[in-house]
Design a protein around this ligand. Structure first.
Ligand SMILES: NC(=O)c1ccc[n+]([C@@H]2O[C@H](COP(=O)([O-])OP(=O)(O)OC[C@H]3O[C@@H](n4cnc5c(N)ncnc54)[C@H](O)[C@@H]3O)[C@@H](O)[C@H]2O)c1
Length: 241
């Protein structure tokens, strides 16, 4: 099961999992995108769900469990990128980070991970299913200027990864994270101007963005390597060293 599989990194991960013969279920809020995914990737089970809404998550995952039983691989990928500093100093004065934006980003990027994982892991435990939870984090988890809410959410995701690995390993459930650096996706292009991206690329020792293929291959690697646990696999071209 993967959240946010309609576009971007999630879509590439779905394609790679399908190519390996996995039976994949995607939870995404984009109904039109899910229709498109259903047509293009035959066999992918598509469920519409806003993973930042607890009631929707409980309903979608209960429906899934009734039809298919427990999940053995969960990838918490859905999220939104949002950039804003704590206070912005501009020509019209000093402006605080919006509280609504803070809650929106924390709901989509952190609460969602808690909601989906608690529902999925409950069933794994009651059915004694072994498996792995992969949380998609970000290099911003270490604190990125201009991304208060996003950095806080992803730092929370890293903390949950370590906490849940300690809680669940004895029940045969590994919990890991993959933290992409700046990656060549539509969301990156929409969120960052060409000039900001050029500055970022100058700070990456490899002098380029990552590719969705490289991130998706990293996700497959942490799923397949049974000794990787509780840690964050950073795929950022050496940006954070
Ligand atoms: N693109 C990057 O450079 C980059 C870097 C670091 C981390 N990440 C992380 O990777 C993940 C995917 O990023 P992306 O760039 O592919 O994003 P994207 O915007 O291209 O795709 C996100 C997908 O998640 C879905 N989604 C968003 N909010 C949702 C919600 N509340 N409920 C259900 N579905 C929802 C969207 O519909 C979409 O299909 C995110 O967690 C992001 O923080 C991305």
């Amino acid at each position: 099961m993967l959240t946010g599989g309609v576009r971007g990194l999630g879509r590439r991960i779905v394609e790679k999992l399908v190519a390996k013969g996995a039976r994949v279920t995607v939870l995404d809020l984009d109904a039109v995108g899910l229709e498109d995914l259903r047509r293009q990737a035959a066999g992918v089970n598509c469920l519409q769900c806003d993973v930042s809404d607890y009631e929707q998550v409980v309903a979608a995952i209960t429906q899934f469990h009734e039809q298919h039983g427990a999940v053995d691989v969960l990838i918490n990928n859905a999220g939104i990128l949002y950039s804003a500093p704590l206070v912005r100093v501009g020509p019209s004065g000093v402006e605080r980070h919006g509280v609504a934006d803070w809650h929106r980003v924390l709901a989509a990027d952190l609460n969602s991970v808690f909601y989906v994982t608690s529902c999925v892991v409950e069933k794994m435990i009651t059915t004694r299913t072994r498996g792995v939870v992969v949380n998609i984090s970000s290099v911003s988890a270490s604190g990125n200027a201009g991304q208060s809410a996003y950095s806080a959410a992803k730092a929370g995701v890293n903390a949950l990864t370590a906490t849940w690995a300690k809680e669940l390993s004895l029940m045969g459930i590994r919990v890991v994270a993959v933290a992409p650096g700046f990656t060549e996706t539509e969301s990156t292009r929409l969120a960052l101007s060409e000039s900001v991206l050029k500055e970022i690329i100058k700070r990456v020792p490899l002098r380029r963005l990552g590719t969705p293929d490289e991130i998706a291959d990293g996700v497959l690697h942490v799923i397949e390597n049974d000794f990787f646990n509780g840690k964050v696999f950073e795929l950022d071209g050496g940006l954070v060293i």
